[in-house]
Ligand binder design. Sequence first.
Ligand SMILES: [Zn+2]
Length: 216
Amino acid sequence: MMKIFVFLGAPGAGKGTVASRIAEQGDALHVSTGAMLREAVKNGTPAGLAAKSYMDKGALVPDPVLLDMIGELLADAPADAELLFDGFPRNETQAEQLEALVRKHGATVARAICLDVPETVVLRRLGGRRVCPVCGMVFHVETLPPKQAGVCDGCGNPLAIRDDDKPETIKRRLEVYAAKTEPLIAWYEKTGKLRHVDASGEVDASVALVRDAMAD
Ligand SMILES: [Zn+2]
């Protein structure tokens, strides 16, 4: 049966990094909302075209379109696939809609895995992040430096610090995250699917702990 794993965690917890590492190691598919959107738009799927009409106007893609897009993904994925969701759902309504959609496709949301990190760790991680404004590739001055300092390995353009990754903004983002996501975490807790993982260490350590949580 197709299994969905929902990754939760504050900015800087490493959801995307851990999910993509697990995907690289095996048959699981990393489904980041942003990448899924870009892919659907590029492939011109019905939901992709609908999403594009919003994005072209600079508007957020509404939930029904996102859910259609996830439906397309579920329909295309192998029957025994494991999908690692990163960036969706963001609230309880989306979580309920995801459950219903997944069930319709004969799949199940197996676990919601919350990656826990203290604020000091988040500040260090996000503060060192550098992003390529052109291709979106992400680096870190300490843990994932580009081959040439300040230059994107992928496309050769200069790297930038996102406004989001400046210390004053990071603290604010953590507050917003906590306010928005605590109800979602509580919702998954009630379903019995929630597992907490200590994600304050190195990526490899987090990957191992998340794998344990997925299997348990
Ligand atoms: Zn680049």
